[in-house]
Write a protein that binds this ligand. Structure first.
Ligand SMILES: Cc1cc2nc3c(=O)[nH]c(=O)nc-3n(C[C@H](O)[C@H](O)[C@H](O)COP(=O)(O)O)c2cc1C
Length: 502
């Protein structure tokens, strides 16, 4: 049987929302997906709950060049790893839903469905045996899935002490969003990746991020059922063993037990959406396409008419990074501007700072997506649609006018969004991605959009604003409002600005 494959252009079009054409869908509450994976028979290693996060200023952290650095070959111990997990994925709020507790997390997620999971492959870390582990955020422990030396995936030239793997479980999101869920699985994984990137930077660890790897080998390593759960990102922690590879570097990889693979099943009644598997599998394998740099302008039908330099950041203060992470929440109670909005240039500067080369994202993914802004009232720039040029630190003025209200309407009439001072726009042209990056390009763009979306939330929190991600979009209506190319798409939007405080 030939496997069905779907390119990004077709998938994105097929899963578009159109006004008056949404098909009704009732949620099957009796078969709601489990929010965490369980491996009841496997041994556990407790993480260190007493490990404290480093006291570090969020603004300083975003200024740090976080990357692979052979002059910082420190190998973390279990304590440092505990802090890394805690800063990456944690519980930050609790509410009651129909008499049962519901836990919100440090990562924003479409519909609070949290489709992602985190694993760790240990090569040599003090206090923990080599092998593969799954991170259990509720019990704050690692579950051992595989013991003994394990291969590095993907293989790299520099020494690797451990690797974090971020996966996505399709049905956790598809339960609500059906075929469209692949978009959210990728965006949500990007949100989590940004927390991990910041955590490793805050801990001063040397690391590298990889979105290109052998998907089949990664699934075998982690014991995933590839129909249900897929690996989306790998983050290597480096040590000083350049050239001296560990014994596990090239070792054999035996499949894990059926019982471990079964943990990817999260409901007794799952529906497999063919489009999700088809678009994901089209991008499987190692991508040999040489990614050409896509200019940010590629999504626009018309180039900006003028460029405005980003003024110097206007925020002199500081904000504790761990506190910002803990306080981050989706806020929708934006205040209509009645005077000047404070610190908008700092917000734009923070977004620009976390893009392109400084982000340490793989080159294939850096320019897969473009960022724009809709400026509302009360900003030092006239209301309108702007494109961000992060390299030149400038804004391209695309169109003048008040767009936040029609954009709120294009976001499934979520009209509270019209009061946000800024709409951060994550845009790409799926056809250009297919052409320049092959079938894997869609992953790069969506993960990058999610990553910067998490950063937009954190930047807003640090400035005392609120933010809310928006994935519910009448796709063509939004693209037409922005006058994007025929295949150009608004992948994701984050509304940000001052909010009412209690
Ligand atoms: C990819 C993505 C899409 C989202 N789309 C919407 C949306 O369309 N409307 C909305 O009100 N919230 C949206 N959210 C916000 C989530 O509902 C929110 O993150 C989730 O309920 C968890 O709450 P928290 O962010 O306060 O932790 C989205 C979040 C993400 C990451």
């Amino acid at each position: 049987m030939t496997e069905q494959k779907l390119m990004a252009t077709d998938y994105h079009r097929a899963t578009s929302y159109r006004r008056h054409e949404l098909t009704p869908h009732t949620l099957d509450w009796a078969h709601q997906p489990m929010p965490v994976k369980h491996y009841p028979e496997r041994p556990r290693v407790p993480l260190d709950r007493s490990a404290k996060p480093p006291a570090i200023d969020y603004f300083e952290l975003t200024n740090r060049r976080q990357a692979f650095d052979s002059s910082r070959p420190e190998t973390p111990d279990l304590r440092k790893l505990s802090t890394a997990f805690s800063l990456t994925h944690n519980i930050t709020a609790r509410t009651m839903h129909a008499g049962t507790p519901f836990y919100y997390r440090s990562v924003a997620s479409a519909g609070a469905l949290y489709p992602f999971e985190v694993y760790l492959a240990v090569h040599h870390i003090q206090g923990i045996d080599p092998g593969v582990y799954h991170y259990h955020l509720f019990d704050f422990c690692l579950t051992a899935l595989r013991q003994g030396p394990v291969p590095e995936i993907p293989p790299v030239d520099h020494g690797v002490s451990a690797t974090f793997y971020i996966t996505g479980i399709f049905f956790r999101s598809a339960w609500k969003y059906r075929s469209r869920a692949y978009r959210y699985v990728l965006l949500d994984a990007g949100h989590l990746l940004e927390n991990l990137r910041l955590a490793l930077g805050a801990l001063d660890l040397s690391f590298s991020i990889h979105l290109d790897f052998d998907d089949e080998r990664a699934a075998t390593l982690l014991g995933l059922d590839p129909q249900r759960e897929v690996c989306l990102a790998c983050v290597h922690l480096h040590d000083g063993n350049a050239g001296k590879k560990q014994p596990g570097a090239a070792c054999d990889l035996k499949p894990l037990s059926a019982e471990i693979l079964l943990a990817s099943t999260v409901s007794d009644r799952e529906v497999a959406y063919a489009d999700i598997l088809a678009v994901h599998r089209a991008g499987n394998g190692v991508n040999n396409t040489v990614a050409k740099d896509l200019p940010a302008l590629h999504v626009l039908a018309n180039a900006p008419s003028a460029w405005v330099d980003l003024n110097r950041p206007d925020h002199p203060g500081s904000a504790d990074y761990a506190r910002i992470l803990w306080q981050r929440r989706s806020r929708r109670n934006f205040i209509p501007a009645s005077g000047p909005v404070e610190n908008p240039m700092t917000f734009l500067d923070l977004m620009a700072r976390n893009m392109r080369t400084v982000s340490t994202q793989p080159p294939s993914c850096r320019s897969a997506m473009a960022i724009g802004f809709l400026a509302g009232a009360g900003l030092p720039i006239p209301p309108g649609f702007y494109l961000l040029d992060p390299a030149a630190k400038r804004l391209g003025r695309v169109s003048d006018g008040r767009f936040t209200e029609p954009m709120a309407a294009a976001c499934l009439d979520q009209m509270w969004l019209k009061h946000a001072a800024l709409h951060v726009l994550f845009m790409a042209d799926p056809a250009a991605l297919d052409r320049t990056r092959g079938a894997r390009g869609y992953r790069y763009a969506m993960i990058e959009a999610g990553r910067l979306g998490q950063q937009a939330y954190l930047a807003a929190t640090a400035l005392g604003w609120g933010a809310c991600g928006i994935g519910a979009i009448y796709d063509r209506e939004a693209a037409d409002l922005l006058d994007l190319t025929a295949d150009g798409a608004l992948l994701y939007l984050v509304g940000a600005g001052p909010v009412k405080t209690r």
